[in-house]
Write a protein of this length. Structure first.
Length: 324
């Protein structure tokens, strides 16, 4: 049995829902991408007393109690969260930290992997299945949405993301996206999504975005993503201040990026994080420099990221335990 287990998992982009209408009998469905940063890193070991420390410790402590009850484990455990994806900015922090803890605890106790059970237990995947899929696989995934069964949405497509492409993230840390009760209320209050528009988005994903990704055609991929994001941004606007973007600062930067040639402009989930794609690291740096030359837009956080084609890293660490 390992002395401790360390898990590193990364952020994800939610590139859009496929069907918010549900007339087919399935609803939601989504397209997502794993990023190389920001990351969540946590470590768990047996201890003489229960302790959870680091960012997101309250959330993780609650997850740990739920997992212990579910798995019949008494502990106690020492959990250290070394790094955490920022919460409620549209990068999937909640799902990643929950599944990281579950994976670490199961490995520590030599228990079989059961990601679907853990995701349902920890209330992940209520609408989208991409977070769990990207935790285990990385790359680009499409989930098939929810039907009549209470399960994590099935993954119907998994493709690698081109290693040379880059993703520019634009993050406004002064605000957070809609989440929790406000998110549930927003879905109740929003009007019925037009069936024909849902069909158009599905067509754009199946017949443009995914083939373009397979053929490494960034122009066509970007056109599809921008089109999907425009439609969804207009639909969700009433719930996020009347605009396609939650953050006006991010919106201004995204307009500048688009003007200078960035592809696939949009907002991940409820934001406020915006994203854009570039064909290379040099091109991404050029685009970021163009934004930073415009001092009127302030200084939102901008990160140049890579897509990753692997799941979370789970490491068993042997050695004497040190109580703290």
């Amino acid at each position: 049995m390992p002395s401790s287990v360390k898990v590193e998992t990364s952020a994800r982009l939610h590139l859009g829902f496929l069907d918010l209408n549900g007339a087919s009998g399935r609803k939601f469905g989504s397209l997502g991408l794993a990023l190389d940063r920001p990351v969540t890193r946590l470590r768990i070991r047996h201890s003489d007393k229960s302790l959870v420390e680091g960012p997101e410790r309250d959330r993780v402590a609650g997850h740990l109690r739920a997992l212990q009850d579910h798995l019949g484990l008494t502990g106690p455990y020492h959990v250290t969260i070394e790094d955490a994806i920022p919460a409620h900015v549209g990068l999937g922090s909640g799902t990643q930290v929950a599944l990281a803890l579950a994976a670490a605890l199961r490995r520590l106790e030599s228990l079989p992997v059961d990601m679907e059970s853990d995701a349902l237990l920890l209330r992940r995947g209520a609408r989208s299945g991409i977070g769990a899929a990207l935790f285990s696989r990385g790359g680009v995934v499409v989930d098939g949405g929810h039907g009549g069964q209470k399960t994590v949405p099935p993954i119907i497509c998994h493709l690698p993301f081109p290693e040379e492409w880059r993703i520019i993230l634009v993050i406004d840390h002064e605000i957070t996206g809609v989440h929790g009760d406000a998110e549930r209320e927003a879905f109740v209050k929003l009007p019925i999504f037009p069936e024909m528009e849902a069909a158009r988005i599905c067509h754009a994903v199946l017949m443009k975005a995914l083939p373009a990704l397979a053929e490494r055609d960034l122009v066509a991929f970007g056109e599809a993503i921008t089109s999907i994001q425009t439609s969804l941004g207009d639909y969700f606007a009433p719930a996020q201040g009347g605009a396609r973007y939650t953050s006006p600062k991010v919106a201004a930067v995204m307009a500048t990026l688009a003007h200078h040639g960035a592809k696939g402009i949009g907002q991940s989930s409820w934001g406020p994080t915006g994203f854009a794609f570039a064909e290379s690291d040099d091109e991404a740096q050029r685009l970021v420099n163009r934004v930073r030359e415009n001092s009127a837009q302030g200084n939102p956080v901008m990160l140049i990221c890579k897509g990753i084609n692997h799941g979370a890293r789970i490491d068993m660490i042997q050695g004497p335990q040190v109580e703290g």
